[in-house]
Design a protein around this ligand. Structure first.
Ligand SMILES: [Zn+2]
Length: 181
């Protein structure tokens, strides 16, 4: 479910080499982002899935300064909700087939204002599309994070956080139960 010879294989090899489980789990998200988006309604109310932390690189480095589109941790639910509630800013058209693609990550430069929206289309295309508007996206994502803070403080028990791999197993079981009963 999470290992494959695709365009993520290189970063996966690096994550394996340094035994970075957190990074490996985020790569698992990259590979399964479309299904996770599609089934958002099924898992969004479950805190242990909503607050899975993602290891997304959202930093831009210049002259010893680190500028981030948003401060970590970026939680899975926050990231997905942010896209779905702001499709004009975060979704993009597939350069191959024109379908709408939801990103699995984005980063850019506050100086040039450009942002690379990275995603995979159902047609098989994968890569990124560069758009302008770093500041607008940064503001919106930070606002989405802020609205999730209250939910996190009141409902999250740290020990209950899950992983992308566990979420996928849960979704798979759920589909199986629905199709067999
Ligand atoms: Zn496509």
């Amino acid at each position: 479910m999470c290992n494959s010879h695709d365009r993520f294989a290189k970063v996966e090899a690096e994550a394996l080499r340094i035994h970075d489980e957190f990074w490996l789990d985020t790569i698992c998200f990259f590979r399964n982002a479309n299904e996770i988006y599609r089934r958002f309604d099924e898992w969004k109310d479950i805190d242990r899935f909503y607050f899975i932390p993602l290891r997304l690189d959202m930093a831009y480095y210049i002259r010893g300064l680190t500028l981030r589109i948003a401060e970590p941790p970026i939680y899975l639910g926050t990231f997905i909700r942010n896209t779905l509630e702001n499709l004009d800013l975060f979704s993009f058209k597939c350069p191959e087939c024109g379908r709408t693609v939801y990103p699995h990550g984005y980063n850019g430069s506050p100086l040039s204002g450009r942002v690379d929206l990275q995603g995979t289309c159902d047609c098989g295309w994968g890569g990124y599309v560069t758009v302008s508007g770093w500041h607008a996206r940064s503001e919106v994502l930070k606002r989405t994070q802020k609205t999730d803070r209250r939910r996190m403080i009141f409902r999250l028990r740290r020990k209950n956080t899950s992983t992308i791999q566990e979420l996928l197993v849960w979704l798979k079981k759920k589909s199986y139960l629905i199709s067999n009963f």
